[in-house]
Design a protein around this ligand. Structure first.
Ligand SMILES: Nc1ncnc2c1ncn2[C@@H]1O[C@H](COP(=O)(O)OP(=O)(O)OP(=O)(O)O)[C@@H](O)[C@H]1O
Length: 340
């Protein structure tokens, strides 16, 4: 659906040249919600703006729906761009136009007949829940309502792709939740491919299927959200998940405080889906005869799928502990020994 090949982007010239993307490759499937996460300056905005050529890459190819946008004529590019909607952090609405006129804008731009415009705008107002507000101006709306207008406007030309440039970063947590829910709804209803950029892991966690981590203009890690979340490889990913980095000291203190016993192993156990609520640990420990103490733990959800991660200290003789770990991992839990 979307293929980015060897994408590079430099801003400026000579010794003022800044590299924003450095040979980035990325492939996004039709109908998926793909999130790109990265720190400030990593290249997120440049990346998403290259997908509709709002920003022209210095080199590389941008393929959307089988068309290489970097080589088509200006007229063809305009046509292809109608298949790619976009929403922005600060909404970018026309302040002197009503909600209705903002949504109608892209349709009128291509001379859509009045009746057709009216039908489409009313459908979209209903979709985003703003029927009552069609005559208002942006200044009379809340941030969440403005973003709903932005979404309706982006959907007016029935795009195949929706690009979301930090679309919830200016919103409070509750409003963020409702906008994310709307995006998920649209994705499922229309099989719309959504690419979003964010610096917030919880945004990725709540609606994305896959995630790419961008660092210094390149994707340094990518995969299904649960996989990347539970087994981050790159330091930048670990920082976002705030796992080792944030809890390292607390964990050391907990390990020290839980000392004693003949021998011990400190283990990270990760579980996903229905296994999250299974009593696998206590059942296994009971019959292998080891004791365990939970030193740290998280139970949460990734796109409505429950997952958990526990740091557990097993105590007993070495053989029994090893037996326990084998049994636990044999039941589909991910086990990683991290200390003694
Ligand atoms: N118009 C520009 N002119 C010069 N340098 C730019 C321009 N836009 C971006 N850059 C630089 O390119 C790099 C990538 O910027 P980009 O805005 O894509 O990152 P980002 O991850 O979106 O950051 P943020 O989260 O702060 O928006 C940065 O070093 C930035 O300073």
């Amino acid at each position: 659906m979307i293929e980015l090949k060897q994408l590079t982007k430099y801003y400026g010239k000579g010794n003022r040249r800044v590299s924003a993307l450095s040979g980035l490759n990325l492939s996004i499937e039709r109908g998926e919600i793909f999130g790109v996460i990265g720190h400030s300056g990593a290249g997120k905005s440049t990346l998403i703006r290259c997908i509709n050529l709002l920003e022209r890459p210095t080199s590389g190819e941008v393929w959307v729906d089988g068309v290489n946008l970097t080589t088509v004529s200006q007229a063809q590019l305009q046509k292809q761009r109608r298949k790619i909607g976009m929403i922005f952090q600060h909404f970018n609405l026309l302040s002197s136009a009503t909600v209705y006129d903002n949504i109608a804008f892209p349709l009128r731009l291509v001379n859509t007949p009045k009746q057709q415009v009216d039908k489409k705008v009313r459908e979209l107002l209903e979709l985003v829940g703003l029927e009552e507000h069609s005559g208002k101006y942006p200044s009379q709306l809340s941030g969440g309502q403005k973003q709903r207008v932005g979404i309706a406007r982006a959907l007016a030309s029935d795009p195949h792709v929706l690009l979301c440039d930090e679309a919830t970063s200016a919103l409070d947590p509750q409003t963020t939740g409702s906008i994310l829910k709307l995006l998920l709804d649209i994705n499922q209803r229309f099989n719309l491919t959504i690419v979003l950029i964010t610096h917030e892991m919880h945004v990725i966690q709540s609606i994305c299927d896959r995630v790419g981590v961008i660092h210094q203009g390149d994707i340094v890690e990518q995969g299904p959200v649960a996989e990347v979340f539970l087994k981050p490889q790159h330091q930048v990913t670990k920082d976002f998940i705030q796992r080792e980095s944030e809890h390292a000291e607390e964990l050391q203190a907990a390990i020290a405080a839980s000392g004693g016993g003949e021998s011990a192993q400190v283990v990270r156990i990760s579980f996903l889906g229905s296994k999250t609520y299974d009593a696998i640990l206590s059942r296994t420990a009971r019959h292998t005869g080891v004791d365990f103490a939970i030193l740290q733990g998280t139970i949460s959800t990734i796109k409505n799928v429950p997952y958990g991660q526990l740091i557990v200290r097993f105590e007993g003789n070495q053989e029994d502990i090893e037996h326990t770990l084998r049994e636990v991992s044999g039941q589909g839990l991910d086990v990683e020994v991290i200390g003694q």
